[in-house]
Design a protein around this ligand. Structure first.
Ligand code: GDP
Ligand code: MG
Length: 203
């Protein structure tokens, strides 16, 4: 009996397309991360870093990872574009927040932008993967130090993890994505989004 339900559950999850927001301030490395994700997980070659231009609006990437279908939304990070973020919040299963771990002067801005994201009602319960990016650079700080610096107070009831990555050489990315898929599959928010999508389908 258990295995029947488990099988059904697994089947439903395999049909789910998870929406993952990639957020962070300008130049944190969001678009470079998205292109790296494409090149790691799909046969398609991602854009090389020197071909990536500043994002105005939205970049989308679709991949399959750990048997799950993932859609990434990379939103422009410039202050003037941040109001666009909120339109995607409601539909997102999880958040990846990218931080340039080699740029201490940007930490304060990164922290306040993240706190604003976490306070947003429409993102309640969304699992959060915080990436300490640019680990290939000698001046970068560890994921633990980023966590200590951010000293986030509003994480309760949210599944989260800090992970050191490099969007250049790919270090740490698979580990972070595996974690994200696992927590999205069992998150209450995924359940709520599924129920809502089902209800909308019957209208
Ligand atoms: N060394 C290094 N540079 C990176 C990494 N990720 C992004 N960058 C560089 O950081 C700058 C901003 O990257 P971009 O992806 O455009 O940032 P976005 O504004 O958050 O989308 C570019 O010059 C990238 O080449 C990384 O992991 N290592
Ligand atoms: Mg960008």
């Amino acid at each position: 009996m258990f295995s029947l339900f488990y099988g059904l559950w697994k089947y439903m999850l395999s049909k789910t397309e998870f929406h993952v927001l990639i957020l962070g301030i300008d130049k944190a490395g969001k678009t470079t991360l998205l292109e790296k994700l494409k090149s790691i997980y799909s046969k398609m070659e991602g854009l090389p870093p020197d071909r990536i231009v500043p994002t105005v609006g939205l970049n989308i990437g679709r991949i399959e990872a750990a048997n799950a279908k993932l859609v990434f939304w990379d939103l422009g990070g410039q202050v003037g574009l941040r109001t666009i973020w909120e339109k995607y919040y409601e539909e997102a299963h999880a958040i990846i927040y990218v931080i340039d771990a080699s740029s201490p002067s940007s930490f304060e801005d990164a922290k306040s932008a993240l706190e604003k994201v976490l306070r947003h009602e429409d993102l309640r319960g969304a699992p959060l993967l915080i990436l300490a990016n640019k680990q290939d650079l000698p001046g970068s700080i560890s994921a633990e130090d980023v966590a200590r610096y951010l000293d986030l107070k509003e994480l309760d009831e949210r599944l989260y993890m800090f992970q050191a990555v490099s969007s250049y050489d790919g270090t740490g990315i698979k580990f972070g994505i595996d974690w994200l898929v696992e927590v999205m599959e069992r998150s209450k928010r995924t359940e709520i989004l599924r129920v809502r999508a089902g209800a909308a389908g019957h209208v």
